[in-house]
Design a protein around this ligand. Structure first.
Ligand SMILES: Cc1cc2nc3c(=O)[nH]c(=O)nc-3n(C[C@H](O)[C@H](O)[C@H](O)COP(=O)(O)OP(=O)(O)OC[C@H]3O[C@@H](n4cnc5c(N)ncnc54)[C@H](O)[C@@H]3O)c2cc1C
Length: 394
């Protein structure tokens, strides 16, 4: 049985580990967290709809079910030439037949970012957002600003959906508490048309929501700096804020910078359709794959890094590794699966958003949409732990 080394215990790394185990590989998973964090359902932590622990699966529990080796440690150095990987503890992992990199992305660094909180950052930030919101609400009134930024070098690394979701959930929470009118809610973004990649129909519908919910829009001005009490824009104008949630766009993982990998301009690892990494020096023996947010996603200009694509890449890699070990060539590519698919939650419902090369749609699903997303969260946990059967492709 061959050995595979997987780095990163997120959507991509966990799915690759499970599918490689299904194919009877010995798998070692290295994760710098003890749990997988289910980002899509973390949007409810700030409004107290869900507990932090509801959004986590203990990796040790997954290990017991799927029988892989688990090392909780951080990868610190990659030496592909010598097939050697050094962890923060000093431990060296060597001579694995295949290596899968799935450590996600780093975030763009903005001046004054410490004055903001992000639902897409370290998991603990969701709790800080919850606490900061509750402090502002205690004061009785205030200005709450929610926004996201772009990466001009790779638009697929921008993440706006969770920003809209937390904003709508906060609106509903304030309404339920009977204090919505005491708070000014603003959505801000440096681009002229944030959410453009969701398609025209979705944009029109978002506009209707914003008007109906009395949410201000502040678009089209580059952000210069975040201050404790607001956001300063390129023309030195200021958006005053008592609470700022800002989602910086992703960029290449810090470990990949100036390395042996070919990357795109934003620092994401270039791969082929089968997720095999491209190296600057083609003479080096290459047994490495990159999947999920760490990889440069290829496809239409509206493409977006998403969890379901990370999982497609992961399942493909498990398949492609088997093919190459059997000296077969029936490899599977991820590009044909690139689409945008999400259930954009508002706390009292959701909208199903879909975009592919053939169609775009946004279907409002009042009440039931919210519960479909909640059910997906339970499905994700239970199916990964083999407590319920997997639905094919999910
Ligand atoms: C709030 C939010 C909501 C979202 N909603 C949706 C949605 O509704 N639908 C959808 O499809 N997608 C959604 N996404 C996107 C989706 O979550 C990501 O695309 C997905 O998590 C990417 O998976 P990944 O495994 O590549 O990265 P991650 O999930 O980020 O996992 C990377 C893992 O690697 C670990 N790691 C990092 N560095 C090291 C290191 N040096 N050594 C060891 N381990 C390391 C990290 O701790 C982490 O556990 C959402 C994202 C966020 C943030």
């Amino acid at each position: 049985m061959k050995n595979v080394l997987v780095f990163g215990g997120g959507f991509a790394g966990v799915e690759a580990t499970i599918y490689l185990r299904k194919a009877n590989y010995n798998v070692t998973l290295v994760s710098d967290r003890e749990y997988i964090y289910i980002y899509p359902t973390s949007i409810w932590i700030p409004t107290n709809k869900i507990e932090f622990s509801d959004v986590c699966i203990d990796l040790q529990k997954l290990q017991n079910v799927h029988k892989f080796d688990l090392i909780v440690d951080a990868l610190e150095n990659i030496d592909i030439k010598n097939n050697s990987y050094t962890l923060k503890s000093g431990k060296i992992l060597k001579d694995f037949s295949h290596v899968v990199l799935a450590m996600g992305s780093s975030k763009m660094k903005h001046k004054g970012i410490e004055n903001t909180l992000s639902i897409c950052g370290d998991p603990e930030q969701s709790l800080l957002i919850r606490d900061a919101l509750s402090e502002v609400i205690k004061k009785g009134s205030g200005k709450l600003c929610f926004g996201f930024g772009g990466n001009p070098k790779d638009s697929s690394a921008m993440r706006g959906g969770p920003g809209f979701e937390v904003l709508f959930n906060v609106h509903n929470m304030l309404k339920q508490k009977g204090v919505r009118d005491n708070f000014e809610l603003t959505f801000f973004a440096p681009m002229a048309i944030p959410g453009k990649r969701l398609g025209d129909k979705a944009l029109k519908m978002m506009d209707i929501y914003f008007k109906k919910l009395k949410i201000n829009k502040h678009y089209g001005k580059k952000i210069k700096e975040f201050k404790k009490d607001g956001i300063i824009f390129e023309d030195d104008s200021k958006l005053e804020s008592d609470f700022t949630m800002f989602i910086p766009a992703g960029c290449g993982h810090d470990l990949i910078e100036d390395s042996i990998f070919r990357t795109n301009e934003a620092g994401f690892i270039m791969t082929d359709d089968y997720s095999r990494v491209e190296l600057k020096d083609k003479t080096i023996k290459n047994n490495v794959y990159a999947i999920g947010d760490i990889a440069a996603l290829q496809g239409a200009e509206w493409k977006a890094k998403q969890g379901h694509i990370a999982e497609v890449m992961a399942r493909n890699v498990a398949h492609n590794i088997q093919q190459s070990d059997l000296c077969l060539t029936n490899f599977k590519g991820y590009k044909e699966h690139v689409n945008i698919m999400c259930m954009m939650d508002s706390g009292d419902g959701a909208s199903f958003v879909y975009r592919s090369s053939k169609k775009t749609m946004m279907i409002p699903l009042p009440i039931v949409g919210h519960w479909i997303k909640r059910a997906w969260g339970s499905y994700y946990k239970l199916s990964k732990l083999n407590k319920i059967p997997r639905i094919p492709g999910m």
